[in-house]
Design a protein around this ligand. Structure first.
Ligand code: TXA
Ligand code: MG
Length: 315
């Protein structure tokens, strides 16, 4: 039975929904996830259905701590230094244990599993309260912009999905995904922890996955994170009729159709604001958004990755 609490559940109510095989969105420090009990195939199927997500695209499984993760995957020697960076905005693709008990639908048939221990206190409390790992893709319809606030999730699903509200996400970009391939560390998706930061922390280089590595991270479709408007990248200024997404000191004034990702040119701030700014400008109904050039260093790699996918031709 649907109750008044269903749309705005408390932590206990959200845990109850998930334990009962329902789906519920929850905050992480990167973006909001659309969660389901990863051991329950029907619940996981409901996530794919709600998102309109292709079944070949596997999900990230969220654990409360290392002990929970150990029951799902094995940690080759090369993974230890990476796992030491948890909790945080980092997802590791590791060999799945045969006795993991995770629904096959989560992995889309792969023998690896993408695992993450989020740092957000509400996400951790929720996973603990459910007592099971949570499969959770970003809480947006497939191909659309990822949500960084509860309101964006509610809007994207027309209020049909309950959302545990934890305020705006601190990082604002999805987690970085790294696979351990023997001695090599391969970044499958740029994200909220920059490649430089990871390489520095583990004392080893992190390679970029080759262009044809779509199989390794099946979800890295060329068109993704797309607003309704078209995007024009590397634009020094907007043309008449275009909205503008600026970065750094800019002569273009703020207004309903113009946003500056970071007036001071700070890439962390720009990452945090990226999806929200696109959501807001998009809501104005403008046909095209011009985007200022963003440096490709540090978090710029992930920001530019999202912008290129948002600008890519749509099917
Ligand atoms: O920050 C995030 O990572 C958010 C929050 C909610 O955790 N989640 C997220 O999930 O961005 P999603 O489903 O939007 O993206 C997951 C990506 C997809 O590109 C998928 O193909 C890839 O992870 N992936 C999942 N399992 C994989 C595996 N076993 N091997 C390679 N890639 C995998
Ligand atoms: Mg996503």
């Amino acid at each position: 039975m649907k109750t008044a609490h269903d749309d705005h559940p408390t932590l206990d109510q959200a845990a109850e929904i998930l334990r009962g095989g329902g789906i519920c969105a929850f905050p992480t420090e990167t973006v909001y996830g659309l969660g389901a009990d990863a051991t329950n195939s029907d619940a996981v199927l409901a996530v794919y259905e709600a998102k309109g997500r292709p079944r070949f695209n596997p999900l990230i499984v969220h654990c409360a701590d290392r002990e929970m993760a150990e029951r799902l995957v094995t940690f080759p020697a090369g993974a230890e230094a990476l796992a030491a960076l948890w909790p945080g905005p980092l997802t590791l693709v590791l060999p799945r244990r045969a006795d993991a008990g995770i629904s096959d639908i989560v992995t889309a048939g792969l023998d690896t599993l993408a695992v993450r221990i989020p740092a957000h206190p509400l996400a951790q409390s929720l996973i603990r309260a459910v007592g099971r790992p949570l499969a959770a893709p970003s809480a947006n319809p497939s191909g659309k912009l990822s949500p960084t606030t509860a309101a964006q999730v509610r809007r994207a699903f027309g209020g049909r999905v309950p959302v545990l509200d934890g305020g705006p996400c601190q990082a604002g970009l999805e987690s970085t995904i790294v696979a351990v391939d023997g001695e090599r560390l391969v970044q499958l998706r740029a994200g909220a922890m920059s490649r430089e930061e990871i390489a520095f922390a583990v004392g080893r280089p992190v390679e970029v996955a080759p262009k044809d590595a779509n199989v390794a991270a099946p979800g890295m479709l060329r068109s993704h994170y797309a607003p309704a408007a078209d995007l024009r990248l590397d634009a020094a200024e907007p043309l008449p009729g275009e909205a503008y997404l600026a970065f750094g000191p800019s002569a273009v004034a703020e207004g309903p159709r113009c946003r500056n990702l970071s007036p001071s040119g700070d890439l962390h701030e720009a990452a945090r604001n990226l999806f929200s700014a696109l959501h807001e400008i998009d809501a104005s109904g403008v046909a095209r958004i011009a985007v200022a050039p963003i440096p490709d260093s540090g978090l710029g790699e992930a920001i530019n990755d999202r912008l290129r996918r948002a600008a890519a031709p749509r099917d």
